[in-house]
Design a protein around this ligand. Structure first.
Ligand code: UDX
Length: 466
């Protein structure tokens, strides 16, 4: 039996690909222990229902959950003080993860590999101290790996990041303006995120595999351009098997990844709508809107006169729907706090996806063959939106002027939705999306490019147990 240890931060955008990879490995007979920092219990309301998968039971499941303390009290607000959280993880978290590994070893669970996240670079040293080889699960586009690698290793010259209109040409990527680069490279990036990025450099020499949640055929030139610097094994799309038309692994059917409970009733609502008629609007788990942006999206959706399903997660900042909006739109629109996104994207009624272009949402839309209307905000999202429009050609990006303070106008939101649904390019965009859906599925079936890379990884770690 091959045993691997995976660690993931408790962020929805990281946990989803981690769990999907864990399920994939389990389906190949690998036993996965997933260790996550324990936080306030309410964030795990669904994960905690997986008691049967924990080490406290005798369930022979191939995915087992373990928790380690990040060293902070349970009521510490981690999202309000991310720098304290990350610093504590780096010291106390590292110590506690190491103790957990020692404990598991004493109980006959030794690992062939630790698969970690770029959010937890310190865990690579923990693995080294236990004599275990390490892989990084890269939950973003290979293009982002290329950009970050070239930046931290000074492999290319980067322009003055203060000027948003400066451009940068990197191998195999479209010309990028500074504002299209990941926000971690910009001067406005919070120091704790910049530190995470810079911590990436010293671990590159210590990890044996970079496993990317992308598809080789999507980013062929980019992946090839990295081969001589630091190879990336594409093993994606690490999305729900439902999107790939595959059955979940029987051992892990019940392992849910949602922190918020999905409102499944939206699927019945979609059942009543015509084929390819609904605009699906969702911005992942982290996005916080200004009131102005919320108002502009609401106005645009109302003006399109098309049915829409809009996910509005509880926001820290507190932007609210314009007064009277829900009464005005009546049955034309449905607003929910969280939905089963994979099922929504696969629903025949959905025509397009207005998205922030988090990498998971981007991959999910591509895998479902759904055109994207991109309204990126920060992190990798601006670059992903550029890939969607210029490389994948499965959607359009909203244009936001200098004077607009990062806010897309109602006219721009409406223009982009109309463009992908009925503009002169609409049919071509849809055909590209459907074409890439097939490419994504082929990559994951037996003998596909990602499946071959996963098999290669499993072969390479087999027999490495310490
Ligand atoms: C974060 C970053 O913001 C993103 O830029 C990075 O690429 C990954 O980490 P997040 O903003 O949450 O992620 O977005 P995304 O990557 O799209 O992940 C969101 C996940 O939540 C997706 O898997 C999506 O299917 C799921 N989701 C979202 C739901 O299941 N239901 C919803 O209603 C909304």
């Amino acid at each position: 039996m091959i045993n691997v240890l995976m660690v993931s931060p408790t962020l929805q955008g990281h946990l989803n690909p981690t769990l999907n990879f864990a399920k994939r490995l389990a389906s190949k007979g690998v036993h996965v222990t997933l260790a996550i920092p324990e936080e306030t219990p309410h964030r795990f309301q669904n994960l905690n229902t997986q008691e049967t998968n924990s080490h406290h039971s005798n369930n022979p499941s191939k995915i087992q959950l373990e928790y380690f303390s990040d060293g902070l009290s349970i009521d510490h607000d981690r999202s309000k003080y991310p720098a304290t959280f990350i610093a504590s993880l780096e010291t106390k978290g590292a110590e506690n993860l190491s103790n957990l590994m020692t404990h598991l070893k004493k109980n006959d669970r030794s690992f062939s590999c630790l698969i970690t996240s770029l959010f937890m670079p310190w865990s690579v040293d923990v693995a080294v101290s236990h004599g275990i080889p390490c892989a990084v699960l890269w939950p973003q586009a290979s293009a982002l790996f290329s950009i970050y690698y070239r930046y931290v290793c000074n492999a290319n010259h980067f322009p003055d990041m203060e000027n948003p209109n400066e451009t940068l040409q990197l191998p195999s990527l479209p010309m990028l303006r500074v504002r299209e680069l990941p926000s971690v490279l910009l001067p406005s990036c919070p120091p704790y995120l910049k530190k995470l990025l810079m911590d990436f450099k010293p671990i590159l020499d210590k990890v044996k595999w970079i496993l990317g949640s992308s598809v080789y055929e999507f980013e062929e030139e980019i992946v090839n351009s990295m081969a001589s610097l630091s190879g990336i094994l594409t093993i994606g799309p690490l999305v729900s098997p439902y999107l790939l038309g595959q059955k979940e692994s029987e051992d892990s059917d019940d392992l849910s990844e949602n922190f918020l409970r999905p409102e499944d009733s939206c699927l019945q609502w979609l059942n009543e709508k015509a084929t390819s008629s609904v605009i699906y609007v969702a911005f992942g788990s982290l996005m916080e809107f200004s009131q102005k942006q919320m108002d502009n999206i609401a106005t645009a959706l109302k003006n399109t006169k098309k049915p829409f399903l809009w996910v509005i997660t509880p926001q820290k900042g507190g932007a609210e729907l314009p007064q009277g909006f829900l009464e005005e739109i009546k049955e034309m629109g449905l607003v929910v706090t969280w939905c089963p996104q994979a099922k929504v994207l696969m629903h025949p009624a959905v025509a397009c996806f207005v998205s922030h272009c988090g990498w998971n949402s981007t991959l999910e839309a591509v895998t479902a063959g759904i055109p994207i209307v991109a309204l990126p905000n920060w992190l990798d999202q601006p670059t992903n939106a550029k890939l969607v429009e210029n490389v994948f050609k499965t959607g359009v990006r909203m244009r936001i002027g200098e004077e607009e303070d990062g806010v897309a106008s109602a006219e721009e939101v409406e223009r982009c939705i109309t463009e992908v649904m009925e503009g002169p390019m609409a049919e071509e965009i849809k055909m590209r999306a459907v074409g890439l859906k097939e490419v994504a599925r082929k990559a994951m079936v037996d003998g596909g490019s990602s499946d071959r890379n996963i098999n290669r990884f499993v072969t390479e770690i087999s027999g490495k147990s310490t």
